[in-house]
Design a protein around this ligand. Structure first.
Ligand code: IVH
Length: 679
């Protein structure tokens, strides 16, 4: 019955939508999703009596975020119809030819796989950056977008750009930044981003532009809108925009025949693998804006453009079993063990299943034939079960482990978290070994000669159970171990001895407090100066420090609330590890101005301008001479020049009085009668 199928499709698509948009964990390929959506659109058009305003066909996915203010798009941000084969592209070509009835050109370009952004420029200045949101209104993410180096904040006055225009494009995370970010997250046992698109989207929604900047996003622009555009051709306009300073792809090409379009598609299907950013298809646009206007729009997409989606490489194989891996923090990851299968040049034996929701969403049973995909992801994943090949003899439904596979403790799931955890931090072997592996790692204590196998060997032999035990290892015990002789023992002990010189910030990173990675450890060490001070810090005090959010603060407080951790830290301190920063670093500095660019202007009561320059740097800030959109604030003394005042007002740069500044860096002003200059 078609009516039943409509209901079933709506249910399925709602679930897939949620997994994709809310949980950032898609379980079906775009291809599968699109074909289900098309089937539903088709059925709904034949059953108008079954109209439902909440059907998945009635909306385009929303990425609205409550913590940002929203702005309505002057021109709605539509999506593109997808095609998956040459025949569908030919149909588009012929449809356009039939509707226009005159010669036309198609501009072929890469379909970048990130998230779309709309940039508004007025008088050559970037005034607003808005996400697509629900297509009608999106989140204002200007501060974050300003950190994207290739996006011009102000255009060259000689450029010849229109007074007001909008330019749209894609925000992307290049593969190299993506891999770096995931490596950091892996170290912290934070959930990895499945692909650069999710990473870019997660990054642009951060409330911390400094972190956004660190993650090095990129952007390509592909659509110019406004009243007085330079030319009638889309291609020509984009080339103009490139001259104005925008990053426009060099791979756009105007084609006049269907064959040329096909050649472009075929060329980029392989060549795209050499690009620094992810692409998932080709976009074909009728080049002339006049012809675009003639063709017009459908409800959610233009008639003058179409996307051709590359087929993600996937393979069909059997699910043999599911195992559960326990990491250093106790997070339990389900892993699918597969019958080995060739996929994009490598043999795939295992695929990640992320978490219990994903397993449930896939309706996975042992023995199922499953599709594995690499697509944009590094770790292969199961995208779909081949229901057709399911026989009557259905294997057992895959259940998430109830107890830890390593120590038998009952697993827990914290509210709001997708992962399951083994709570037995004190004696679950992979957690104990994982913490030691982390402690000795290069960026932590840098103890050579202790790889995971040797740590396992020592652990099995009962020589070490925690990180402090490393310091009571004896040469005799080590040399006695299989494969290790006296020479290795001497070298391992020397390396352990050397670790006593490792500075406090790395010791802090090495002890393995959850969410305290290398960078956070540095910030904390600088702000609190010693382990003792950090131990005493409250959540409020911790979150006062720039870049330390609630999650990190809570984690630190609960670490020190555990008596066992305090004992361990005390043992390390007694052994002689550095528990405070070196004298040279205790110069009264802080990171209160980290990431801030400050302009000094006017005359001051408490310090000279040079002293203020030094103070800014001592507290992690940067002093620059002229006001720009990048200026965080102006340290404003008396008699600030009118042109500077005007410029600050124009760019919306706040002013900070001398007293406010001294308070910010925790230096109490002696005179308090200074007028407030904030606007
Ligand atoms: S043009 C009205 N060009 O694909 C059409 N979009 O499904 C406006 N995209 O939301 C879009 N590369 O985020 C266009 N070269 C390109 C693109 C591109 C990626 C994304 C964009 C859009 C989605 C459409």
């Amino acid at each position: 019955m078609e009516e039943d199928r409509i209901l079933e499709l709506r249910r399925l698509l709602h679930r897939y939508n949620n997994l994709y948009y809310v949980q950032n964990a898609p379980v079906v390929s775009d291809f599968e999703f699109d074909s289900l959506m098309r089937e539903l659109q088709d059925l709904e058009s034949r059953h108008p009596d079954m109209f439902d305003a909440s059907s998945p066909t009635q909306r385009v996915g929303s990425d609205l975020n409550r913590s940002f203010s929203q702005s309505e798009h002057q021109y709605p941000m539509l999506s593109l119809d997808n095609t998956y084969n040459a025949q569908e592209v030919r149909e588009f070509f012929e449809r356009v030819a039939g509707l226009l009835n005159e010669p036309f050109e198609i501009c072929c370009e890469l379909k970048y796989d990130g998230l779309s952004i709309s940039l508004i420029y007025e008088d050559g200045v970037l005034t607003k950056a808005v996400t697509r949101g629900d297509g009608v209104k999106g989140d204002i993410v200007t501060d974050n977008v300003r950190t994207i180096r290739c996006i011009p904040l102000r255009l060259d006055p000689a450029g010849g750009w229109p007074r007001k225009f909008e330019i749209r494009g894609e925000v992307l995370m290049p593969w190299t930044s993506f891999e770096k970010l995931n490596a950091e997250r892996e170290e912290l046992e934070e959930p990895l981003f499945a692909n650069p698109r999710n990473a870019a989207s997660g990054t642009l929604k951060l409330q911390n532009p400094k972190e956004v900047s660190r993650r090095q996003l990129d952007s390509y622009l592909y659509y110019l809108l406004g009243e007085q555009l330079p030319a009638d051709g889309h291609y020509e306009n984009m080339m103009e925009a490139q001259k104005w300073g925008f990053k426009v792809s060099d791979h756009m090409k105007k084609c006049s025949t269907f064959q040329e379009v096909l050649d472009y598609i075929n060329y980029w299907d392989t060549e795209r693998k050499n690009l620094p950013v992810a692409t998932d298809g080709i976009v074909l646009k009728v080049n002339s804006l006049r012809q675009q206007r003639n063709l017009g729009f459908k409800a959610k997409s233009p008639r003058w453009a179409i996307a051709y989606k590359f087929q993600a490489e996937r393979a069909l194989t059997r699910l043999d079993s599911v195992s559960f891996q326990v990491g250093r923090t106790g997070a339990v990851t389900p892993v699918a063990n597969l019958e080995p299968v060739q996929l994009s040049g490598t043999v795939v034996r295992r695929a990640t299943l992320h978490n219990a929701d994903i397993i449930k969403g896939l309706d996975l049973h042992i023995g199922d034939m499953v599709y594995v995909e690499k697509g944009g992801e590094i770790i292969p994943k199961i995208t779909e079960v081949d229901m057709e090949s399911r026989g009557i003899l259905l294997g057992d439904a895959v259940q998430f482990a109830a107890v830890c596979p390593e120590c038998g403790a009952r697993l827990v799931r914290y509210p709001g978290e997708a992962a399951h955890y083994c709570p037995n931090t004190g004696s679950c072997p992979p957690q104990l070994k994982g913490r030691i592996e982390h402690f000795v790692s290069r960026k932590a204590m840098n103890i050579d000669g202790l790889g995971p196998e040797i740590i396992n060997q020592f652990f099995q032999a009962g020589m070490i159970r925690d990180i402090a035990d490393l310091y009571s290892l004896s040469a005799r015990d080590i040399a006695r171990q299989e494969g290790l002789g006296e020479k290795s023992a001497v070298s391992i002990l020397r390396s352990i001895e050397n670790s006593l010189q490792v500075p406090f910030e790395r010791v802090l990173f090495a002890v393995g407090i959850r969410f305290v990675g290398e960078t956070v450890a540095k910030i904390l060490a600088k702000a609190f100066k010693s382990m003792d001070a950090l131990k005493k810090a409250t959540v409020e005090e911790l979150t006062q420090v720039n870049e330390i959010g609630d999650r990190i603060a809570q984690s630190i407080v609960s670490f020190f609330a555990d008596e066992k951790n305090c004992t361990l830290v005390q043992r390390l301190s007694d052994i002689g590890l550095k528990m405070e920063i070196e004298d040279s670093a205790t110069d009264g500095g802080s990171d209160r101005l980290a990431g801030k660019t400050v302009v000094i202007s006017g005359v001051f009561n408490h310090h000279s301008r040079d002293e203020y320059k030094q103070l800014i740097e001592k507290h992690g800030g940067k002093n620059t001479g002229s006001i720009s959109a990048k200026t965080s604030f102006i340290l404003a003394g008396q008699n600030m020049g009118p042109s500077k005042l005007e410029k600050a007002r124009e760019l919306g740069v706040p002013l900070m009085s001398e007293n406010e500044f001294l308070e910010l860096i925790d230096e109490k002003p002696t005179i308090t009668d200074e007028p407030l200059l904030l606007f």
